[in-house]
Design a protein around this ligand. Structure first.
Ligand code: NAP
Length: 515
């Protein structure tokens, strides 16, 4: 499959021209495919979504859209094995693929269910009872939410080609807005395979879903105030895109999910021997190694009482030493490869900056023992834990090494822990691992303004806990500041975010008829 990856636009699969950008197998280094959008007319893509997909979706009721979403997600479920096999070429173990593929399908299914149960029969959501605005009660207001006549451009990061796509597609579909997916180049072939399953299933009306593999020059020029751009990726790319006149002059909605230096805090009560100590260590190692640490929510900073630094370092080291790195599927392998050798070079460089601020207490930045593959041909890297003795150094709070790298540092008291959490300048996910309710409350109250989500982990909830790194579709995913300032998911909030909210004013009789 090393020819140009096809895009699905205006009802047909079409390959871009030119040589394309080669995408390499993360494990063997072979070329998997080439990505090019050269020759694809972005105006045609947008026009097709506007003239075919939009009207077709808007003509469907919320329950009909929910049923279509469920059927589309079912087709991906049926093709799961193929997606697992493709994901292995991107370095993913079966555990990693479960997070992306099953996580994506599960998210779409939750949205189908929320759409069926939580949205009205028709095409309009009415909010609020009559809000009286006049003295006598003959005049008031309510809000209606309707589908804009626009498109949803979804620009995704490489690390979640399936989940990242489905968590954006689901609310857009329910909102009656057609989607154009722009997958990240390194894993575009996985996203395209999932799109092919949904298109072949016939679940969606034509024009409701298109995918452009490769760059999208000129596409933003087509966008304006009825359109929604959902971006996931680095803070740098987000900054470039949010300056586009489509956003700054024509008011296209722009939602960004960017990088973040998520942290986990160990409570002073959680000394070795307490269940919370083990929960903390286990969660940290899981977050460092699942998807080889290429998760936007992974724990980059482990913040523990100063008195526990040595004990935590020892326990993490012991657990990490049992993690076998190698080819997905090879005997005993628990951690796969990074997505590519370029990405590995970026991670090594960032990790070096963090290491310069402290001491590497586990792993090696430049070498790793690998099972079932060649360590240099494939994009393998050892998990790396860096102990930072001066927690106030800037590096661990500012540098994102988007791989299996975490920094361990100490705090003096709850206020200091909150101060360190806030040094991330805005995170997607934080956790506090403690059974001390006062400490937990202090961390939540102090750190919430800097976080999109805070997980409290203790012995009572551990068995059912979904973990630090897993956004749940029912809850908000996103974070302030550095994390992009956006919000996704959060149940039906994500659907409402795609709808136009209009205040309607009039008499009680007029407003009553709205629904
Ligand atoms: P990236 O380099 O910023 O790319 C993200 C997406 O933007 C890709 O699809 C990329 O396409 C596209 N892109 C780049 N320049 C563009 C332009 N001028 N116009 C339109 N699209 C453009 O990020 P990445 O390397 O894929 O992902 C890693 C980063 O994403 C990490 O920093 C991670 O923390 C963050 N992330 C955040 C979340 C979250 O939910 N907050 C989730 C996952 C990842 P090409 O690949 O074709 O260049």
């Amino acid at each position: 499959m090393s020819e140009i990856l096809e895009s699905y636009i205006a009802g047909r699969w079409i390959a871009g021209t030119g040589d394309g950008r080669p995408v390499h197998d993360a494990v063997t280094g072979e070329v998997v495919t080439r990505v090019s959008s050269e020759g694809i007319d972005m105006g045609e893509v947008v026009a097709h979504a506007r003239t075919k997909g939009g009207p077709a979706l808007r003509a469907m009721t919320f329950p009909e859209r929910a049923a279509a979403l469920k059927a589309a997600a079912t087709s991906v479920q049926e093709g799961k094995d193929e997606l697992y096999a493709l994901s292995a070429r991107a370095g993913c173990t079966a555990r990693d693929s479960a997070v992306d593929v099953d996580g994506g399908i599960g998210t779409a299914m939750v949205y189908a269910s929320l759409g069926r149960k939580g949205l009205p029969e028709g095409t309009v959501v009415v909010e609020d009872d009559f809000i009286q605005l006049g003295k006598e009660g003959s005049f008031g207001g309510r809000h209606v939410l309707t589908s804009p006549h626009g498109i949803s451009l979804q620009i995704n990061a490489f690390n979640f080609p399936v989940w990242g796509m489905l968590e954006k597609l689901a609310p857009a579909l329910l909102a009656g807005v057609p989607t154009i997916v722009k997958p990240a180049t390194p894993t575009a072939y996985i996203a395209a395979a999932a799109v092919r399953m949904m298109i072949d299933s016939g679940a969606l009306p034509e024009g409701a879903l298109q995918i452009v593999a490769g760059s999208i020059p000129g596409l933003f020029d087509e966008l304006g105030g009825q359109d929604h751009i959902g971006f996931t990726g680095s803070a740098g790319t987000a900054a470039v895109l949010r300056r586009d006149p489509a956003v700054t002059e024509r008011s296209a909605h722009f939602n960004a999910e960017a990088d973040s230096l998520n942290a986990s805090v160990l409570g002073p009560d959680a000394v070795p021997g307490e269940p919370e100590f083990d929960l903390f260590v286990k969660a940290l190692v899981t977050e460092m190694t699942v998807k080889a640490g290429q998760k936007c929510t992974a724990i980059r900073r482990a913040i523990v009482p100063e008195s526990q630094l040595a004990a935590v370092a020892d326990a993490v080291r012991e657990r990490l030493s049992g993690v076998v790195v190698g080819a997905p599927g090879a005997q005993g392998v628990r951690m796969g490869a990074l997505v590519g050798t370029d990405q590995r070079a970026d991670v090594q460089q960032a990790a070096r900056q963090i290491a310069d601020a402290g001491t590497v207490v586990f792993g090696d930045l430049d070498s790793v023992d690998v099972v079932g593959a060649d360590a240099q041909q494939g994009a393998f890297m050892s998990p790396v834990l860096v102990r930072i003795d001066d927690a106030d150094r800037p590096e661990p709070h500012e540098v994102e090494a988007f791989g299996p790298v975490s920094a361990l540092m100490g705090f003096r008291d709850a206020d200091h822990a909150v101060e360190l959490l806030a040094r991330g300048e805005g995170s997607l996910a934080g956790s506090v691992v403690s059974a001390d309710p006062d400490f937990v409350s202090a961390i939540i109250a102090g750190a919430a303004p800097w976080h999109g989500r805070i997980l409290v982990l203790d012995r009572d909830s551990a068995a059912e806990s979904t973990g630090h790194g897993t956004p749940m579709p029912q809850l908000v995913h996103g974070g302030p500041g550095r994390a992009g300032g956006g919000q996704e998911e959060g149940g039906l909030r994500a659907v409402y975010a795609h709808l136009q909210r209009t205040a309607v004013q009039g008499s009680p009789a007029v407003l009553d008829r709205l629904g």
